[in-house]
Write a protein that binds this ligand. Structure first.
Ligand code: GLC
Ligand code: CA
Length: 549
């Protein structure tokens, strides 16, 4: 890895296009809207922008149900808009990463429609997982797997004569048919899609459900599908760790050996393009040591590390999590990554308890994260200190809500459009926003936060600026950190040269002794003070100290 690589220590900002900025008043964000906000993206101090899917899609799962991966959905604009956006982002010196969704196609994709109208055993059906049902009339699904979104993982088709036909596999919504990666058409089509976007100049891909492509033993029942479904759900917390670990260590549709061959062939494509085109895997694997296998030198560049997405703000959890991550990726010489929030999980402030306390904790957690070696991912609105909006069930759109009969409220709360200014609908749209923007967000608008030097937005900018300038943080391929002794509840480490971090994860103010000759670089909340060597850390705060002048 050369010193000049742009990506190992990058800060990458996730745009959820539907909720970023609407440009035509239909109430949904679009690519022209993102383009209109590139100066904002630039002002954050990130290196790159990752866009969630904007491809042709019936939008049953926020565009992760792709009906044409090489075209733009009309709700987001058209291909010219995508080209203009790629160019616009490059013009301000940022890079752009797009999503690729290889585990499934929308059932609206021409391939699936062709499969439906083709006979059993046809080449068109072989691109998906079509099987006869069991039981006398084929009325029992081919196996007992559940969908990650709730309900069975199989849906039955109807033959031309109106009679019930074969079943197809869908690990997610019934409109997301799993692709068969044993089929060469599938390989070729995805290579074409990668090249299509690479030719248009994108700098990389975020690979959706990267651990799901290879399936084994499809015609075998799982010994406890209900428990497996619960184990896969982050919000299920009443399952003993040992039971969860055992179930997750052998999931018949996740993290099978076959996925690695696919990524080795993709890596050759990325490397054949000029500049450094990168890939980051969304892969939930267990035990976490398996993650390093996706970032071996001839496979992908990064894998999201989701430890922080679920971790409490607690030194006792975070210190071992950081140590383990650094050890695991070091074995394959890959850079670590850190993720505090994304479009699939509750917003950070909400997860940390909400309210003012949640906001301070979120800042402290972010400042800790920004000081760690490797790459960081920031979900839109995290920089504004947003919490999940409350939504009435009538406006919800997430398939998880529907497939669980409302037992699980789903992910819409984190997907509410951003509040920009004091015009109509917070400047997001002239029309009716696709999800209502909470009125309490008037204090969170970008326009106010811009002016306020103590705002969350300006805190993120400052923290990212220091991160990109301080010699200890701006990146080398040395991902080690030097841990310091600290009282319970405190995280303390040094990075070379001349950087020290203290994070107080307790709610009590603490007085600590700072190393000699340091000055205060940044505190996550008022009240962080350094007087001589006496360091005052209010509850839930992080501070950065530097020895460099
Ligand atoms: C990934 C996406 C999520 C989507 C799922 C199915 O986990 O992040 O939003 O629902 O894949 O494509
Ligand atoms: Ca629009």
């Amino acid at each position: 890895m050369s010193q000049k690589s742009w990506w190992p220590n990058s800060a990458i900002y996730q745009v959820y296009p539907r909720s970023f900025q609407d440009s035509n008043g239909d109430g949904e964000g679009d690519l022209r809207g993102v383009l209109a906000r590139v100066e904002y993206l630039k002002s954050l101090g990130v290196d790159a922008v990752w866009l969630s899917p904007f491809y042709k899609s019936p939008n049953r799962d926020g565009g992760y149900d792709v009906a044409d991966p090489r075209d733009v959905d009309p709700r987001f604009g058209n291909l010219d808009d995508a080209k203009a956006l790629i160019e616009g982002i490059h013009k301000v010196g940022l890079r752009i990463i797009v999503d690729i969704v290889p585990n499934h196609f929308s059932t609206d994709h021409p391939w699936f429609q062709e499969a439906l109208s083709s006979p059993i055993g046809s080449a068109a059906r072989a691109r998906f997982h079509f099987y006869d049902g069991r039981g006398e009339n084929g009325e029992i699904p081919p196996n007992n797997w559940n969908s990650i979104f709730g309900g069975p993982a199989w849906s039955r088709t109807t033959d031309k004569d109106g009679r019930p036909g074969q079943w197809y596999l869908h690990l997610f919504d019934s409109t997301q048919a799993d692709l068969n990666w044993e089929n060469s058409d599938v390989h070729q089509d995805f290579e074409r899609t990668l090249r299509f976007w690479l030719d248009l100049g994108v700098d990389g891909f975020r690979i959706d459900v990267a651990h799901g492509l290879a399936k084994e033993t499809i015609l075998k029942d799982h010994h406890d599908p209900e428990a497996l479904t619960r184990a896969l759900r982050l919000d299920v917390t009443d399952m003993p760790d040992s039971q969860r670990a055992e179930l997750l260590s052998d999931v018949p549709f996740f993290d099978r050996e076959g996925v690695h061959e696919i990524y080795r062939s993709w890596r050759k494509i990325f490397d054949s393009y000029p500049g450094e085109r990168i890939s980051v895997a969304e892969a939930w694997v267990h035990p976490s040591s398996r993650a390093a296998r996706y970032v071996r030198s001839d496979e992908l560049h990064q894998i999201f590390n989701f430890d922080f997405l679920v971790a409490p703000w607690s030194a006792a959890t975070l210190i071992p999590a950081i140590k383990r991550t650094l050890l695991e990726v070091a074995e394959v010489s890959a850079p670590p990554t850190w993720v505090l929030s994304n479009h699939d999980s509750p917003r950070l402030v909400t997860r940390l308890g909400g309210g003012e306390d949640g906001e301070w904790r979120a800042r402290a957690f972010a400042q800790l994260t920004h000081a760690l070696p490797g790459g960081i991912y920031i979900f839109q609105g995290e920089e504004l200190g947003l919490s999940d909006g409350e939504l009435a069930d009538e406006v919800r759109q997430d398939p998880i809500f529907f497939r669980t009969q409302g037992r699980d409220k789903g992910r819409d709360g984190a997907r509410i459009p951003l509040p920009w200014d004091s015009s109509n609908n917070f400047g997001f749209t002239n029309g009716k926003p696709w999800l209502p923007i909470p009125s309490q967000w008037s204090s969170k608008r970008v326009i106010e936060q811009d002016e306020d030097s103590n705002s969350s937005l300006n805190f993120y900018r400052e923290s990212l600026r220091i991160r990109s300038e301080h010699p200890a943080l701006k990146g080398s391929s040395d991902y080690r950190i030097n841990w310091l002794d600290a009282p319970d509840g405190v995280i303390a480490f040094e990075r070379h040269p001349g950087f020290t971090l203290f994070a107080n994860t307790t709610s009590r103010e603490l007085k600590l002794v700072a190393p000699p000759g340091v000055s205060l670089l940044l505190g996550s909340r008022p009240g962080v003070r350094l007087e001589g060597e006496r360091l005052t850390l209010p509850g839930d705060s992080t501070c950065w100290l530097t020895k460099l002048k």
